[in-house]
Design a protein around this ligand. Structure first.
Ligand code: ATP
Length: 471
């Protein structure tokens, strides 16, 4: 039965062209032949060709295959989605290997056996469709990235600590070095990853991100490397993995500290070889990616606890960027508060200002949820304020009620607020965080989403904390 598909056969031997035409016509809708390789460019411009069967030698006495390589390069440059299969009467293994290295999908020796030729061509068509799908998805992702980057917040900071971060990002982004971003939840690790991508030479290509904490173990490999239809029960169609989608661009692996050891081993192998094989696939695929990872875990400690592979840590942290918590860069609070006040005033069509003493109160607060918490607090205040001056008491007051820590840490009110160190029975952040999580859950009667929102955490980050503290 004839299948959809268009193939171009290029060979200077007319007998071969006739034989190919007769054979392939029975199987594929469009079969075009030419004895002149100079026609290839024009044919590709005029009609959609998916597979090219290309002779390696166009001069009867030539055996080097150099002409084939020359035309192969030209084809790939003109249309990288076309799949090329090379043919030669002088096949040897070295030539075949060189052909594949140069970008050919496969290689067949003349004289051929029909079944073998048809099998090679069928595989070439399947490869061509995969390439078309990847091209389509990459274009879609690019569009999506652009749409999303329109909504992204600016990555701001005027403190010395953030200026140092921006400097490192600028320097490291220009190289292809693997970058590890560390920092507490809400410090801007994802924004930093975007900033690195945008400052890199890959900025026009895809930025693909994956939250490692959110993928089920059973889907890990499929998510990263893709799968072929039928590879397992639920594999109803081919799926392109994140590595392949990120080809040419940047791959951002978030929450890396949550990865189980067995999956770390799989990831390490892919990173070392820069090659992946989709589940159920037979061919390895080269991937050219810039890797950016992020974690709020202490990975060297995780290595000591045997929770994280040391060789994986060395592989991903060529450059490490630590995002300081907001309480260590109080200078940034007015800048960020004003930025988010403008943003949410605009969003909710309000015209609001903030009183200087309230700004000072914001600067004294410790912001355990960092910038995310600050942005949420401002948004809430914009919504709750009735007059023209932001009612920050409702925000900081709510924050304290929910945190249930150091109830008297702030004297609320427009007259200013004061923090008393003595109000803390401990400064251990983990203990404070655990209390805050418990208090928020209690306050919201066990509603995880609301408690997460109040803490300025994503649901994923909240669940990880529930897990961590055994709640
Ligand atoms: N420097 C900054 N300037 C402006 N907004 C920021 C900054 N840092 C963080 N934000 C805002 O705070 C929120 C959280 O940032 P982001 O998601 O990048 O943090 P994260 O460190 O990746 O958090 P998590 O570890 O919980 O995933 C976002 O809304 C982001 O826009």
């Amino acid at each position: 039965m004839k299948q959809a598909g268009s193939i171009l056969v290029v060979d200077d031997n007319p007998d071969i062209l006739v034989a190919m035409q007769l054979l392939l016509k029975q199987h594929y809708q469009t079969v075009v032949t030419t004895d002149n390789p100079f026609d290839i460019g024009k044919t590709l411009n005029e009609q959609q060709i998916e597979v090219i069967l290309l002779d390696m030698n166009f001069n009867r006495d030539a055996i080097s295959g150099q002409e084939g390589f020359y035309w192969l390069k030209k084809i790939i440059a003109q249309d990288p989605s076309v799949v090329v299969v090379l043919m030669t009467a002088y096949g040897d293994i070295k030539l075949a290997v060189d052909a594949i290295k140069a970008g050919a999908a496969d290689f067949i020796a003349k004289p051929w056996r029909n079944e073998q030729l048809l099998a090679v061509i069928a595989a070439a068509f399947s490869h061509a469709r995969d390439k078309q799908q990847v091209g389509k998805l990459t274009r879609q992702t690019k569009g999506l990235n652009q749409a999303l980057s329109g909504q992204k917040f600016d990555f701001l900071g005027q403190s010395a600590a953030m200026q140092a971060v921006f400097y490192t990002i600028e320097k490291a982004a220009k190289t292809d070095a693997n970058i590890l971003i560390t920092g507490e939840s809400g410090t801007g690790k994802e924004l930093a990853a975007h900033a690195i991508h945008l400052a890199s030479k890959r900025s026009e290509q895809a930025f693909i991100s994956l939250d490692m904490g959110a993928i089920a173990a059973s889907l890990f490999e499929s998510e990263l490397f893709g799968h072929k239809k039928g590879a397992f029960t639920d594999a109803k169609a081919d799926r392109v993995g994140r590595f392949e989608l990120a080809h040419g661009g940047s791959l951002f692996l978030d929450e890396l500290g949550n990865l189980p050891i067995s999956e770390q081993t799989t990831l390490l192998a892919a990173l070392q070889n820069r090659q992946i094989t989709p589940i159920g696939g037979i061919k390895t695929i080269d991937v050219d990616i810039r890797l950016i990872c992020a974690t709020n875990d202490d990975l060297p400690q995780a290595v000591r606890d045997n929770r994280f592979r040391q060789d994986l840590l060395y592989r991903i942290n060529t450059v490490e960027i630590r995002l300081p918590p907001l309480r260590e860069r109080v200078d940034d609070i007015p800048l960020l508060a004003t930025y988010y006040l403008d943003h949410f005033s605009h969003k909710y069509k309000r015209q609001l200002t903030i009183a200087p003493e309230d700004m000072r109160a914001l600067c004294r607060y410790t912001w355990p949820g960092n910038v995310r918490e600050l942005a949420h607090a401002i948004e809430r205040a914009v919504i709750l304020t009735d007059d023209d001056v932001l009612d920050i008491r409702s925000v900081v007051g709510t924050e304290l009620a929910q945190l249930n820590v150091a109830t008297n840490a702030f004297e609320l009110g427009k007259g200013g607020s004061t923090t008393h160190d003595n109000d803390y029975d401990t400064f251990n952040l983990e203990t404070l965080e655990q209390r805050a999580v418990r208090a928020a859950l209690k306050h919201h009667q066990g509603n995880v989403s609301q408690a997460a929102k109040a803490l300025g955490l994503t649901r994923g980050a909240m669940y990880r904390r529930l897990d961590k503290y055994g709640l």
